[in-house]
Ligand binder design. Structure first.
Ligand code: ATP
Ligand code: MG
Length: 267
């Protein structure tokens, strides 16, 4: 469904140039949940932004249903984006709009459906995230977990084939994380949605993922099922999964040497 080939992305020029992704390859399968994990600054959000066409790659290909989006103009990208749902990190709801209006936004923007049809579709999406009845509330009246669920309802408003999640459970209590996990799994299993989840929550990634990709300095150091990652002997993977402050992954981003070649680990 989505294939990334030989992708390069850097920021800045000359001395200030940082290479974020170097010869990056990945594949995201239809109907499966793939999580991308890795330390701060490892390039997770950059991948998400390249996938939605918000950043331009320096080189390489991003094939979505066989079409290379790196070669597309804005018009082409807008067409491809209709296949996407994006759940933004902060929820990114509009504070002045009600829950109903927030979830209806993509429908109003991208379809010609009439008001009553839109209202019914919004109700169905709210039902799916367990928040039927919250239509008339404003974001300020919602808890953090509810905001994430509304953001999820909006992400799936157009019945997308692909949903990108940026830290869907950051800042939530364990029960709310469990609720979001269950919703992501449900969407993937019942609606055959291809899910790409950027997350810091290791237990959550272990629960929901068919595949986990771990990044370190813009390179893949682990790529496999949750079980395979748990069995990994790579000290960087072990440290990250166990959340150990001491180990090969530096605490501060500024210590990262992007020039260093890394041996890729294969399962
Ligand atoms: N627009 C930009 N301009 C310049 N540098 C950028 C830009 N976006 C990202 N970077 C740099 O690219 C590197 C990777 O950033 P990215 O946001 O992808 O990391 P991340 O893995 O998402 O980290 P976090 O877990 O902290 O969100 C960082 O060093 C960052 O400073
Ligand atoms: Mg990020």
């Amino acid at each position: 469904m989505i294939q990334i080939k030989n992708l390069y992305k850097s920021f800045g020029e000359g001395d200030k140039k940082i290479v974020v992704l170097e010869d990056f390859h990945a594949q995201f399968e239809r109907g499966k949940i793939t999580s991308i994990i890795g330390g701060s600054g490892s390039g997770k959000s950059t991948i998400l932004k390249l996938l939605i066409g918000a950043y331009k790659a320096d080189a390489g290909q991003i094939l979505i249903d066989g079409e290379d989006i790196t070669q597309m103009d804005n018009e082409g990208l807008n067409e491809v984006r209709k296949k996407f749902g994006i759940m933004f990190q902060s929820g990114a709801l509009f504070n002045s709009l009600t829950v109903e209006e927030n979830v209806a936004l993509p429908l109003r923007e991208h379809t010609d459906l009439n008001d009553s049809t839109i209202r019914i579709m919004v109700k169905m999406k709210l039902e799916m995230v367990g928040l039927r009845g919250a239509e008339h509330l404003k974001p300020a009246q919602l808890s953090g977990g509810m905001i994430k669920r509304i953001a999820l309802a909006r992400a799936i408003a157009l019945d997308p084939k692909i949903v990108f999640y940026d830290e869907p459970s950051a800042g939530l209590d364990p029960i709310s994380i469990g609720v979001i996990d269950k919703l992501i799994i449900g969407l993937s299993r019942k609606m055959w949605i291809t899910s790409i989840v950027v997350t810091h929550e290791i237990p959550s990634a272990m629960r929901i993922s068919d595949k986990i990709i771990m990044l370190f300095k813009g390179k893949i150091i682990a790529n496999g099922s949750p079980e395979e990652l748990q069995k990994s002997t790579d000290p960087r993977v072990v440290q990250f999964i166990q959340g150990d402050p001491d180990g090969p992954i530096p605490f501060s981003k500024s210590q990262v040497d992007y020039g260093e070649e890394l041996k890729e680990m294969k399962f």
